[in-house]
Ligand binder design. Sequence first.
Ligand SMILES: Nc1ncnc2c1ncn2[C@@H]1O[C@H](COP(=O)(O)OP(=O)(O)OP(=O)(O)O)[C@@H](O)[C@H]1O
Ligand SMILES: [Mg+2]
Length: 339
Amino acid sequence: MSKMDRSTITIGIDLGTTNSSVAVNVNGKIEIIKKPGGVGYTSSVFGFNKTGNKIVGQKAYEYLYKYGSKNEDKNFKAEIKRLMGTPETVFFERAKTKMTPEEISSEILKELKEDILRKYPDFDTTAAVITIPAAFSVLQSEATKKAGNLAGFKHVVLLQEPIAAAVSYGFQNAKNENWLIYDFGGGTFDIALISSKDGILSVLGHNGDNFLGGKNIDWDIVDTIIVPKILEKHQLTNFTRKNTKYQNIFSHLKYSAELAKIELSQYDKTTIEIEDIGKDDSGEEISFSIDISRSELEKLIKPTIDRTIELTKDTLKESGMKTESVKKLILVGGPTQMS
Ligand SMILES: Nc1ncnc2c1ncn2[C@@H]1O[C@H](COP(=O)(O)OP(=O)(O)OP(=O)(O)O)[C@@H](O)[C@H]1O
Ligand SMILES: [Mg+2]
């Protein structure tokens, strides 16, 4: 590893809880590898499809959420990053296989590696930089490294996510500056105060909530807007997320809520149309449509956003830093596109 460091490695991977991406350095030019449809990220979902093949990405995500059924739950796994560094394993029923979090993560990493090789068949994949949350423990970090090795990267260099985000905004050229990196992801919120001092980049303080992310907003839309609307029109006994009888329906509602949320980042209004998801107590097909406005969504997410602001203030306070000493605030993560 002696001669290999971040500056000579030409592959950079963001291994996210919800989505992952890979960028390569091609003759000094950084390029995010796109999927065949032109999307720049891969859903971090892995499982076995109906023919028993391993799949990763959008198709796996759809198995789990869009057509989400109770049984596919047993064949697909999302959010494996949460289990990294734990001794837990995941059993995939269709394949009758038990896999460790490292093995599952390595499948995601392999997919990203294949995406590179599809575009650049001769690309050197000996080494990769993989990002990890600032809050990752030694065990979690080691598990990530192992996942990288299992995916076939002989050398893996870990890089803290807030530093990686800052570097993409030119932090390495900042002279003695402090920046705040506000990362609101799919399932986790991370805030980090970082400093560049005499060419050294470091994390001065960080906070986070591992259960605060875009997903919470999706469920808020389901619980507060969609479910009451369904119950206005249809009789459904004990219609809650916890009731396994309705798991299928709720996965689909979450999927629709997420689409609406993303649309509201661009438009002032959107309509959620639901049909073909199942029947109510009297055997009638559940169908309805709801209009949601951006201002309704903003009101709904205010407590979530307030919580992120609270954690941001705590981080400054804990490190004894005044707001005026922070030069930049960098917003990263899918939900920050709402701002
Ligand atoms: N335009 C958009 N507007 C609002 N939310 C969006 C938009 N695009 C994506 N999202 C949401 O962003 C979330 C995924 O964010 P991101 O890709 O940053 O997560 P991640 O890095 O995988 O997760 P984590 O940081 O928790 O590890 C999802 O909840 C998705 O619905
Ligand atoms: Mg992220």
